[in-house]
Each structure stands twice: as structure tokens, then as C-alpha cells.
Write a protein that binds this ligand. Structure first.
Ligand SMILES: O=C(O)c1ccccc1N[C@@H]1O[C@H](COP(=O)(O)O)[C@@H](O)[C@H]1O
Length: 241
């Protein structure tokens, strides 16, 4: 188990731009310019990880696959790549970027046999994103219900899933603080590492998530708070060191 919380600054890409959404809802985008420049800025500020999302692929409104591949290849740090990775072709293209791991969302809800197969083939290069409202999982750009969080977690644990990225959709992009209770509950339900996502607004939020490291929280994605300059990445890394 890691002793310090990993931080994964996020770059979400829509229509070729780095954006942040509120509650993951299409149409709520605030644009932050070039994804490559944003990613390089986080790397330059000391990030060890980048959480890179192709939002168009997640929503089914096209894709930014070549751009996210270019960004991934330009990074010297570890990259967690997600959005629209749902079949052999999209998985092969994602893994070929050299990313450290991919994060599967919709596929884990809609094509469980395929996900079990790729977990068996690729081990810890596969993480599953558990994106929830309450305890209901959401897929297809968080627009479609996909079953119960804890039933799905039990199934994926049995299949050998290496880690989970847990997003509280109600918190995502809101700067309202993380759902610590959800993180505690997920950690109690699985022995696999958990990456927290959604709601981080302050250094105190990150310190509160860091207190969950002994329970199994390995990392935290940080999005809006960095772009809104609530704190710098250097300050965040110092706060959890
Ligand atoms: O990150 C977001 O803000 C987001 C918003 C709406 C949908 C998905 C979002 N992000 C990530 O996309 C993947 C899921 O993609 P897919 O279902 O596998 O195509 C997952 O990492 C989400 O957290």
C-alpha cells in the first residue's frame, strides 16, 4: 500500500480543447485551451500522473483519439487514459499510446465479458471507473444507468480488477468537497486500491482524502480546483507529501 496520496491532475478533452464540466453534463463546458499545454503545465509543476479523458468519445459525440495519443506520447510522466475505450480496437489504440493504464467506464457496465477478458490479459494496465450517483453506476457520458455500485464491485473484484477510479457525479466539477463517505464505503467493500475523483476544492480536501490512504485510497484526481486556481499543483503536492 502506498504511504502518500498520489495526485492526478486532469485534462478532459472536448472538441480539441481542455475543458471542465459541472456534474459531467454536456453543455456546461468551461474551456482552458490546448490540452497539450495544460498537460505540459501539470508535468512542469511536478505531477507524477496525468488523468487524460477523451470526453467526446465518452459522450459518443466523436473523438479526440489522435490528440490524446499525441498528448500521452509527449508526457514523461504516467498517464491514465479514459473515455470511449469499449472494444478491442479502442483499447489497442489506447494502450499503444504508451499510457500507464486505461480506465474503462461504460464497457464495465455493458460488456462485462469483454472487460473480464481484458482484465485477464492486461492486469493492472486496466482500471475501472465507477462513476456513481448515489450508488447507481452511470455510463455513456454519465447519461445511462448501469446497475448497482456494490454488486458491480463484487463482480469486478472476482474478475481480478486491479483498481477502481471512483467518481461521485454529484460532486464532479462543483468544488463542493469530495464524498469521503463514499470513498470509505468503497474501500470497505474491496481490497483493491481506489482513486478518488470529484469535488476537490481545497488543500484541506486533499488532506482529508490523504487520511484515507490507510483504508485503500491510493490517489486523487484534481480538476476544476487547479484550473480555477484554488491552489497550485505545487501546493497540492506539498500538502499530501
Ligand atoms: O470526466 C468527466 O468529467 C466525464 C464526464 C462525463 C462522462 C465521462 C467522464 N469522464 C470519464 O470518462 C470515462 C468513461 O468513459 P467510457 O464510459 O469508458 O466511454 C471515465 O473515466 C469517466 O470518469
Amino acid at each position: 500500500m502506498a504511504s502518500k496520496l498520489e495526485l492526478l491532475p486532469a485534462v478532459d478533452v472536448r472538441d480539441g480543447q481542455a475543458v471542465r464540466l459541472v456534474h459531467g453534463e454536456s453543455g456546461t463546458e468551461t474551456s482552458y485551451g490546448s490540452p497539450l499545454q495544460a498537460a505540459l503545465a501539470w508535468q512542469g509543476a511536478g505531477a507524477e500522473w496525468l488523468h487524460l479523458v477523451d470526453l467526446d468519445a465518452a459522450f459518443g459525440t466523436g473523438d479526440n483519439r489522435d490528440l490524446v495519443a499525441e498528448v500521452t506520447r509527449a508526457m514523461d510522466i504516467k498517464v491514465e487514459l479514459s473515455g470511449g475505450i469499449r472494444d478491442d480496437a479502442s483499447l489497442a489504440k489506447a494502450l499503444a499510446t504508451g499510457c500507464t493504464r486505461v480506465n474503462l467506464g461504460t464497457a464495465a457496465l455493458e460488456t462485462p465479458e469483454w472487460v473480464a477478458k481484458v482484465i485477464a490479459e492486461h492486469g493492472d494496465r486496466i482500471a475501472v471507473g465507477l462513476d456513481v450517483r448515489g450508488t447507481t453506476l452511470k455510463g455513456r457520458g454519465w447519461t445511462r444507468d448501469g446497475g448497482d455500485l456494490y454488486e458491480t464491485l463484487e463482480r469486478l473484484d472476482k474478475e481480478g480488477c486491479a483498481r477502481y477510479v471512483v467518481t461521485d457525479i454529484a460532486k464532479d466539477g462543483t468544488l463542493q468537497g469530495p464524498n469521503l463517505e463514499l470513498l470509505r464505503n468503497v474501500c470497505a467493500a474491496t481490497d483493491r486500491p481506489v482513486v478518488a475523483s470529484g469535488g476537490v476544492s481545497s488543500l484541506d480536501d486533499l488532506r482529508a482524502i490523504a487520511e484515507l490512504v490507510p483504508l485503500g485510497v491510493e490517489g486523487s484526481i484534481v480538476g476544476k480546483a487547479l484550473y480555477a486556481k484554488a491552489f497550485t499543483l505545487e501546493e497540492a503536492l506539498e500538502a499530501v507529501s
